[in-house]
Ligand binder design. Structure first.
Ligand SMILES: [Zn+2]
Length: 387
């Protein structure tokens, strides 16, 4: 056998091992028979590869139970993630919080540390991350597969930089991945919050079986992640998908990005709260207060329907560009009740170019915020499983 043949045989084997791990971890496929059915590999190949995964302490066998994959008279042995398999560290950073979690490969939380951030500078910011990371890393002896950092965008995911997110402790072009990798000697990745949430929805949430969807996260800002043909749309630096900074009114207010009339300036939580407070002489500080008011007040409801038009215009623009199957709504708009959801969905479907041909589904996110998504851990798995 030539050197090239050995090399390509090894590559194919690694791809098969990866495929099996992917089904075991993400699809809850837990038997050798099930894996053979899912992958189309022969039972013999699956058995050999599973043995290798067991030897490497990535998976192990567990008790036998009846399942739909059982052959008559035989009970399959179940495969689960090995208790000594490597863990993953998720570092999710918002403008006012830091959450550091140690999770297993099924994203079960082993330990989670959450602290508030306020008035940080780069030094205090790094100090807090390092001290939480040290605690979480020391907590268990399992190896660490990687550290996944999530921050508001823009980031340069390819090179590991936080570029210059607005109102984010004055951080500018800081290579957080290199810094943490040098400190902890663990592979470190970064992803912006919208992309991280989209990955989490794709791996564990409503996007699991949808090839093309937009994850739309609106809070104080707008974060978006796009899955196209089952893959995260990365662009050059994983900093695209900024639907929040598409212009919907050239005469609109100046956005911090330098553009005028950006979608984000109309639909961010504070802008909508300010509009309602001015219209009704209220002092709402939270979107849920506003929604409760609209439930009880017809004029409030009318204004909310009108306010949704900006969101609808932004989403129609996105659907016309991407031709996606679904839009998954996270953040404050996930709290809208069914009548508003039905309105948004029907307006989008009536006004897109492909109207009447294929409907776009609007869904509430199963993971409503970056803080809950463990998107950093998903980012590590995304690299490890070569998704
Ligand atoms: Zn903008």
């Amino acid at each position: 056998m030539t050197k090239n043949n050995i090399k390509s045989g090894q590559l194919v084997k690694e791809q098969h091992l990866n495929t099996l791990l992917r089904h075991l971890i993400l699809d809850d496929c837990t038997t050798r028979i099930g894996l053979a059915k899912k992958t189309g590999l022969t039972k013999m190949t699956v058995t050999n590869l599973v043995n290798e995964l067991i030897q490497n302490k990535l998976i192990c066998e567990t008790g036998t139970q009846e399942s739909k994959d059982s052959l008559p008279g035989r009970r399959p042995i179940y495969l689960v993630v090995h208790p000594e398999a490597p863990h993953i560290i998720d570092v999710t950073i918002g403008r006012d919080f830091l959450s550091v979690s140690r999770v297993d490969m099924k994203l079960n939380i082993i330990i989670q540390q959450k602290i508030k951030l306020s008035g940080e500078n780069l030094q205090s910011f790094l100090h807090k991350i390092e001290s939480e990371l040290e605690y979480v890393i020391r907590y268990k002896p399992n190896d660490i597969l990687g550290i996944g950092v999530v921050t508001p965008g823009p980031v340069d995911a390819e090179n590991g930089l936080i570029i210059n997110p607005p109102n984010f402790f004055g951080i500018n072009n800081f290579n957080v991945c290199r810094y943490l990798k040098d400190k902890f000697k663990i592979p470190t990745y970064i992803q912006k919050d919208g992309n991280a949430c989209a990955l989490a929805e794709q791996m564990y949430g409503k996007g699991k079986n949808i090839g093309d969807f937009i994850y739309f996260l609106a809070t104080q800002g707008v974060g978006v992640g796009i899955i196209t043909n089952h893959r995260l749309l990365n662009g050059r630096r994983s900093s695209g998908a900024e639907i929040g900074h598409t212009c919907i009114d050239p005469n609109g207010e100046l956005c911090y990005c330098g553009n005028r009339g950006c979608l984000e300036t109309f639909i961010n939580q504070n802008a909508v709260l300010a509009k309602f407070n001015a219209a009704f002489g209220k002092d709402f500080t939270d979107f849920s207060q506003l929604l409760a008011f609209c439930d009880a007040d017809a004029e409030g409801e009318k204004l909310l329907f009108r306010s949704l038009d900006h969101l609808i215009i932004g989403l129609i623009n996105a659907v016309n560009i991407l031709d996606c199957e679904a839009i998954i709504i996270g953040g404050v708009y996930a709290q809208l009740s069914d009548k508003y959801f039905a309105y948004i969905e029907s307006e989008i479907n009536n006004r897109i170019l492909l109207s009447g041909y294929k409907r776009v589904q609007l869904m509430r996110a199963s993971i409503a915020s970056a803080q809950q998504a463990l998107g950093g851990a998903c980012t590590v798995l995304y690299h490890y499983l070569k998704l």
